[in-house]
Structure formats: C-alpha cells, structure tokens
Design a binder for this molecule. Structure first.
Ligand code: AMP
Ligand code: MG
Length: 421
C-alpha cells in the first residue's frame, strides 16, 4: 500500500498540473476551431477591408465640392451613376458630380467622401427607383467621411492572432475574412472515464435493493464535454481487479490522454483501483485537506496520467472542478486554468471543519453593487441537488472553523449567469 500523503488543495493542484503540458497540434477546418487554442500565430495575407468602401447608403463625391452645403442651401451635384456592393464603378467622379453608392460598395475613383442618404434631398429610396439627375447635398463633409479605408482594420502582413489565443466566434469571423480556411490548433484532450463499484447500475435500469445508478460517469462526461474535450466512456467496472484492468485497456486502445475514475480510492476492502494502479504504473494516494473531496489518487496507468476521484457524487464533481478541469485545460493549451473568483459577502453563519471547504451557494448582485452568497441547502457529499441550485462554490479557507454572516469570502464561479449581472 502506497503511503498516504496529506496535502493542501494548492499543493495537490500544483503536483497534478506539473504532469501536464499542452498536447500537440492538428489542422482543423475553420468551422471546427471553436473553443480551440491556436497553435500557430496567424498573419494577414490580405488587408481588411480589402478596398476603400462606403460606410453608408448615400452618395460619393469630392468633399471639396460641398463645403458650402447646408439644409437651407443644398449643393446640387450631377448624378453620373450608381454602385452597389459587389460591383465596381467604371467611371470617375469629377468636380460637380456624384455617384449613388451602397454600404460596402467600393469608393469610385475620384470621390473623397460619402454622405448618407438621410443628409441629401433624396427623401426615399426603393428598389428600381430611377437615379435622380441631380442630388442636393445638405451638409458639408470632410475628406474621408463615411469611408472605410482599405486596411483600416487589418493591414496585410499584420500579426492578427497569436499562438495561444482562444478561438471564439469573432476569431472565426476574422479568419474567414482573411481567407484562412484551416487553422492549426491544439488537439482536443481525450479523457477516459471509468466508474467503479458493484453497487452501480445503468441509467435505464430499474433500481434494485442495494443498487444506485452510475451518475458520476455522466457528470464527468458532461464536465469534459463542457470544456471542449472528448470523453471516452469506459463504462462501469465491477470491484474486481480484472474488470478494472479490462476497462482501462479499452482506454489505452482509444489512446486517451488521461484517465479519470470515480470511487474505489478510499481505504475500503473493495477499493480495487488502488491495487490495479499500483502494479500498472504507480500512484500516489492523497488525502487532500478539502471538503467535499479528500481521497484522491494520482499517478499513471501504463504511461497515461490517472486521476482517481472520490465516489460521492458531489465530492467527485467538486474534485473534478478543482483538479481535473485545470489539468484538461492545460492539455488543451489554455493558460487561464482557473474559474473566475469573486469576493462575496456570506449572508449566514457556516460551520466548517478546518479543511478548505467548497460550499454550494448562489451568488447574486446586491443593491450596493457588491455580491452576496447564500448556501443552497444540504452540503452532504451525496446531495447533488444543492449543486444543481448553485452557481458558485464559496471557499472557506483552511483552519477556519466558523464563518459568521457578513464575512467576505471568495466564490469560485462555476456559472456566470445573467441573473448575477
Ligand atoms: P467509494 O469511494 O467506492 O467508497 O464510494 C463512495 C460513495 O460514492 C458510495 O456511496 C458510492 O455508492 C458512491 N458512488 C460511487 N461511484 C458512483 C457513481 N459512479 N455514481 C454515483 N455514486 C457513486
Ligand atoms: Mg466503492
């Protein structure tokens, strides 16, 4: 039996994270890049916008021609044509002339400004309405007004996105504008999920005496998917070494980057995960000074990192939050590994036991602009519904035995709901 180490949350997290580094990259189609981390920086081959174009539906002309224009005394210009988005005006704007122009259409040669249609005497515009012969301009404009300059957003040759940047919808938009159809991103971590325990039955099975449904496997798969990583379901292993080994082999075959299991890591007689890991690569058993949580196995199985989480559903979910999530984020290439934390005022007295405690709570914005927190009910490590009601885990630091209402604590936000802001 490996020696059991007592660790603080911070030390345990540090030891876990030390083992992981960003995975190798792969090329993916732009539409599949959402949520991924760029493995290579992106340099613009084109400028954005690619050409000078109109910011408004209006008229393009020489700004110098309309310096005296006003509502009372419009300056009249001869309309020599029209240019829509996607077209190019073949002629040239000369003194005293104007071209009707649509938003996004290229600025005709010779024009130096645009005026929106609302500042002309053209009172309405409909499809097929013939071009007027002249247009009254009712406002003086400066050169460049209502124009969007070529390269005004991005210049060809600019470094647009650096390696390490997270691809969000707006990054996808910029890359599409630049004609980047494929990007090099960090590979999605593949995480094998194993539930263990003779008491576990499937979700569709009716309950029988002594049995409970395997919920951890589902929670963990969802936690992994929510990170943009790929869960590989290894099923439920009976409390025998052979079954645990067989299920882990399926994970090795699927080339997982990490194993996560729940249960079987305490000191129970049937905690067979322990035995399997001990001859499968080596493992450390930690008692983390944390609540809920505590038992944590961390090591490797046949060269693949292995994180054995506790069995109780809330302990499993919170330990995942604290240790597995940052590890997976690090493999995915992210640098900000932690959930955001907010200072909150706790509105009730809470007892603790000196371990770093993660209290299920709902954080909301109070009238004086600060944030307050109330607990969401029973904090037993088997009570999932109080986690369902929570948007945060309020952290009671180590050694603190009692918190009184009005104390400020940090809240780890597991959600950032609109109701809070
Ligand atoms: P153990 O770590 O094996 O002592 O399990 C601790 C508690 O967690 C027990 O009450 C188990 O029944 C429960 N448990 C273990 N695995 C799961 C699971 N996959 N889903 C739900 N509860 C579980
Ligand atoms: Mg068990």
């Amino acid at each position: 039996m490996a020696e059991v180490e007592y660790l603080t949350v911070a030390t345990a997290l540090e030891k876990v994270l030390a083992v992981f580094s960003p995975l190798p990259s792969e090329k993916v189609g732009l539409a599949d890049a959402l949520g991924r981390i760029l493995a290579q920086s992106v340099t613009a081959k084109d400028s954005l916008p690619p050409f000078d174009n109109s910011a408004m539906d209006g008229y393009a002309f020489r700004a110098a021609d309309v310096q005296e224009a006003s509502d009372e005394k419009p300056t009249h210009l001869n309309v020599i044509g029209e240019v829509a988005a996607g077209a190019v005006f073949a002629g040239e704007v000369t003194a005293g002339t104007a071209v009707r122009i649509m938003t996004g259409a290229p600025i005709p040669a010779g024009a130096t400004a645009v005026i929106p249609v609302e500042l002309t005497d053209e009172t309405y515009r409909e499809a097929n309405r013939p071009l007027p012969d002249t247009i009254g301009i009712q406002r003086a404009v400066n050169e460049g007004d209502y124009l969007r300059r070529a390269g005004g957003d991005v210049m060809a040759g600019d470094l647009v996105l650096e390696a390490g940047h997270t691809v969000r919808p707006q990054e996808i938009g910029v890359l599409a504008s630049l004609g980047v159809a494929e990007v090099e991103v960090i590979r999605r971590p593949r995480v094998g999920i194993l539930a263990t325990g003779d008491e576990l039955i499937g979700v569709k099975e009716p309950l029988r005496p002594g049995k409970i449904r395997n919920s951890n496997g589902y929670t963990q798969a969802a936690q992994i998917s929510a990170l943009g990583a790929e869960p590989v379901i290894l099923g439920v292993a009976r409390d025998t070494e052979e079954d645990v080994r067989a299920k882990l082999q399926a994970g090795l075959d699927a080339q997982v980057d990490l194993f996560i299991s729940s249960a079987g890591v305490s000191v129970g007689v049937y905690d067979v995960v322990t035995a399997v890991l001990q001859d499968g690569g080596g493992v450390n058993f930690w008692k983390v000074r944390m609540r809920p949580g505590k038992p944590l196995a961390f090591g490797q199985y046949q060269g693949v990192p292995y994180l054995g989480l506790p069995g109780n559903p809330v302990s499993s979910a919170v330990s995942f939050e604290r240790f597995a999530r940052p590890a997976i984020m690090k493999m995915a290439g992210k640098t900000k590994l932690e959930r955001p934390q907010l200072p909150v005022t706790i509105l009730e007295n809470i007892r603790s036991d000196g371990r770093e405690s993660y209290i299920r709570a709902i954080v909301s914005k109070s009238e004086d602009a600060g944030y307050t927190a109330v607990t969401t009910g029973g904090q037993g490590s088997h009570m999932m519904t109080s986690l369902v009601k929570a948007n945060a885990l309020v952290i009671i630091p180590e050694t603190v035995m009692e918190v009184t209402a009005g104390t400020e604590l940090m809240a780890m936000m597991i959600d950032w709901p609109e109701t809070v802001f």
